[in-house]
Design a protein around this ligand. Structure first.
Ligand code: FMN
Length: 249
């Protein structure tokens, strides 16, 4: 494990100014117990081991991060996990798989003096156990140091986001991953993003936008099915299809 604020993130292949899609685990404290939550988020690595993340203020990720300041960025190969971590809301059908306790491991971390304030409330003695995804091939633990309101324009129109600066506490690589997402996986990732936007369009009761996003999702779904053969992508696409159906009721 490399720790402290001099962590070398290039050791896990991160490049400065590139955007990466990760699964971000944050947590709430309920009765002194850590309750983890995970969702897909985009991150960008800047100089000095600062990482930027842009979060919608209504997400649990943002609310947890604003309250406890800690975040674990999980690097995961399995696209299906992105679907189950990100597609939330009124998703009610019986065989639904979500991210549950069984998806997490606890990472033991010895708290140094300079980090004591960060881990106040969850520290037992000198150590803490941070939840992370057991499928992660690498994790980066960070603390939020700064936030700014910002506005971005996308398919939903003008959306307000909070830009958070994260300082790296430690980074751990569990195994090598030379995974480059293939076309089916990339398109699946885009389709999961669109499905999260479909949920927002439904909440906004914007039927035109809803149908526009739904049509785009259907187009992508057919493309991924045409590429075929990628098990994780196909499973994720099936999940997206069920999610879209659940939003149409
Ligand atoms: C690949 C991918 C990237 C995403 N990036 C972001 C992001 O940068 N910021 C954000 O607020 N939501 C992002 N989302 C959408 C969230 O994952 C989604 O809204 C999720 O339901 C939030 O969950 P939470 O309320 O548990 O935090 C992304 C989704 C996907 C699939």
């Amino acid at each position: 494990m490399s720790s402290n604020f001099q962590v070398d993130l290039t050791s896990i292949g991160l490049k400065i100014n590139y955007l990466y899609e990760v699964l971000a685990t944050t947590y709430a404290l309920k009765n002194n117990k850590i309750v983890p939550n995970t969702a897909a988020m985009g991150i960008r690595l800047l100089e000095n081991n600062t990482i930027k993340i842009w979060s919608f203020p209504n997400t649990t990720t943002y609310k947890n991060l604003d309250s406890t300041k800690l975040i674990i960025l999980n690097f995961v190969d399995n696209i299906f996990l992105y679907a189950i971590a990100s597609l939330k809301g009124n998703f009610m059908f019986s065989s639904i798989e979500t991210v549950t306790e069984q998806h997490y491991n606890l990472y033991p971390f010895n708290v140094k003096n300079e980090h004591k304030a960060i881990f106040k409330g969850i520290k037992r003695g000198n150590s803490i156990h941070l939840p992370y995804l057991n499928q992660a091939w690498a994790i980066i633990s960070c603390v939020a140091t700064n936030k700014n309101q910002t506005v971005k324009t996308d398919i939903l129109g003008k959306v307000e986001l909070v830009e958070l600066s994260l300082s790296v506490i430690f980074c751990e690589k569990f195994k090598e991953s030379f995974k480059l997402y293939n076309r089916a996986e990339n398109l699946t990732l885009e389709t999961i993003v669109l499905a999260t936007k479909l949920y927002v369009a439904k909440e906004k009761k914007d039927k035109t936008l809803f149908n526009k996003i739904k049509d785009k999702i259907e187009e992508n779904v057919n493309e991924v099915l045409r590429f075929g053969k990628n098990e994780s992508a196909l499973k994720a696409i099936e999940y997206v299809k069920n999610y879209v159906s659940s939003l149409m009721t």
